[in-house]
Design a protein around this ligand. Structure first.
Ligand code: NAP
Length: 476
């Protein structure tokens, strides 16, 4: 039996695909997510090794690929290490954009410099890769700029005019793609790329407020589709399979998020900017309109906690901003040592990225079994003595259930208003991401504890300790 380097490269490719599939599967559970991410990264490394073996007779290409992988890997590593947890959605958007751009460049490179690739399969693959890659690239950059607060939603994009502009661009792309066989490296290719880039901007620009996470997840799916199409262009089975997996996973996540926000994908993409009219993307908003607010001190909140048998913490974006997860874990441990039953209510879109609260609490070693998803925890609120809402706002807004005029209407929320007592910890009466008031703040069982989440949690810890909570009782 003779040893073939090509067969060896194919075996490495197969190993990479299997590792990537295992990685994607492992990401579905918090407990296995960190290891799964490592597996997926290893799969990508193996894919590069497989490619280097495959093209071994070409030292110049070898050098380009090795240098590009090293530079890209280093840039990714530095970015991922430096970026704060609260800026993760922008980072994901940027990475999606890079994926789209890579597929676009691969397809453009083949179309411009490999005249041999002009059969119908190659041309269709090039057209799809250029179209989806360019939309993913420009759409992701716009999404990142909006999340960073660098870009507002221009007024005209809220009018019907935007549909006309986007439809014209889509028609331009279609015509250019149909003309591609006549001149594969000429004007139709450039028109297709330009039209799709503008279309990505035109589709993403009007979307704002609470719909942005869905768009990021959809763009993630697009980056997979673009990669799969690029795989057809260069004849890489690895790229086709990996791209298809990313595309399918992104689409499933998009569907899950749409369900969590009670939005249809069509209304997200064509319905204008939910929340954008009420406030800037990313939150803020006025404190106007409240008339019956009750506030209390950390001491009063600590007294209620000391008496409680069952406490549920509701983490939100503000907990991440305050980096208060370790103080929260310490408080929970103190209450547990006092015999209190503690759990955490997790809303699927709390924070600023899917799984944001799971990641945050995992950092503080909160046991996974104490994290209760919305469907599990909602029936538990009526038998809960105290709910502490920590920097969450939209995800506990009862208007989503009972005010048809609210932009959040229809979004499933954590029904904390069913608990006996609710304390809302935040710095002011300012609005959350959707930019609207929260009816929970004025309910009779609610008291606001104003302050930074970390400062309030540390205050609660010292109040409870000064009451003797957590001290070992000496038997008489
Ligand atoms: P939210 O509605 O954005 O509210 C966060 C609250 O945290 C604000 O009202 C703010 O009030 C408070 N806050 C900020 N810094 C704080 C600090 N240092 N200490 C204490 N409180 C602080 O958050 P959410 O309830 O988690 O809801 C998430 C929203 O983001 C949803 O509308 C969701 O659709 C959207 N979104 C989600 C994702 C995702 O994938 N998870 C991505 C993008 C957008 P003060 O300023 O008064 O303190």
């Amino acid at each position: 039996m003779t040893f073939s380097m090509d067969a060896f490269a194919a075996a490495i490719d197969l190993g990479a695909v299997l590792l990537l599939a295992l990685g994607i599967k492992g990401l579905s559970k918090v407990s296995s997510a960190r290891g799964a991410n490592g597996l997926a990264a290893l799969a990508m490394g193996l894919a590069v090794v497989g490619l280097l073996i495959e093209i071994r007779p070409d030292p110049i290409a070898w050098l380009w690929i090795a240098a590009g992988s090293a530079a890209g890997g280093l840039a990714g590593l530095v970015t991922a290490r430096r970026v704060p947890m609260t800026a993760m959605p922008e980072t994901v958007a940027l990475f999606n954009g890079c994926g789209g751009m890579a597929s676009l460049l691969v397809a453009m490179g083949v179309a411009l410099f490999d005249a041999g690739k002009s059969d119908i399969v190659a041309l269709v693959s090039i057209a799809v890769s250029v179209f989806v890659g360019a939309i993913t690239f420009s759409g992701s950059i716009v999404a990142m700029a909006k999340l960073q607060g660098w870009l507002d939603t221009p007024g005209w994009t809220q009018s019907r005019l935007r549909h006309g502009v986007n439809i014209s661009l889509a028609v331009l792309c279609l015509v250019s793609a149909l003309l591609l066989p006549a001149d594969p490296a000429g004007l139709p290719l450039w028109l297709l790329m330009g039209g799709a880039t503008l279309l990505g901007i035109g589709v993403t620009l009007p979307i704002g407020g609470a719909d942005m996470p869905v768009v990021i997840s959809l763009l993630n799916s697009y980056s997979g589709v673009a990669a799969a199409a690029a795989g057809f262009v260069v004849g890489s089975q690895l790229l086709i399979v990996a791209g298809a997996m990313v595309g399918a996973a992104g689409l499933i996540l998009t569907q899950v998020m749409c369900t969590a926000m009670n939005r249809s994908l069509v209304s997200v993409l064509f319905g204008g900017a939910l929340g954008a009219s009420a406030g800037a993307v990313g939150g803020g908003g006025s404190e106007a309109g409240y008339t019956r607010i009750t506030s209390c001190s950390a001491e009063e909140c600590a007294m209620a906690l000391e008496q409680a048998e069952r406490v549920v913490f509701v983490p939100g974006y503000g907990l991440a901003v305050a980096q208060a997860q370790h103080s929260l874990r310490e408080l929970a441990k103190l209450l547990e040592s006092h015999g209190v039953e503690v759990s955490y209510a997790i809303h699927p879109v709390a924070g600023r990225m899917p799984g944001h609260m799971n990641v945050l609490l995992a950092e503080a070693d909160v046991p996974y079994e104490q994290l209760l998803e919305m469907d599990l925890v909602n029936p538990e609120f009526p038998r809960t003595d105290v709910v502490i809402v920590l920097g969450a706002n939209d995800v506990v807004n009862p208007q989503a259930k009972n005010d048809p005029t609210s932009p959040l209407y229809g979004m499933p929320v954590l029904e904390v208003d069913q608990a006996r007592q609710v304390f809302v910890v935040k710095r002011s009466l300012g609005a959350g991401y959707a930019g609207i008031n929260n009816a929970l703040f004025e309910m009779p069982q609610t008291a606001m504890v104003f302050g930074d989440a970390k400062a309030v949690l540390n205050g609660l810890l010292s109040e409870l300790r000064s009451m003797g909570v957590g001290k070992v009782k000496v038997a008489a």
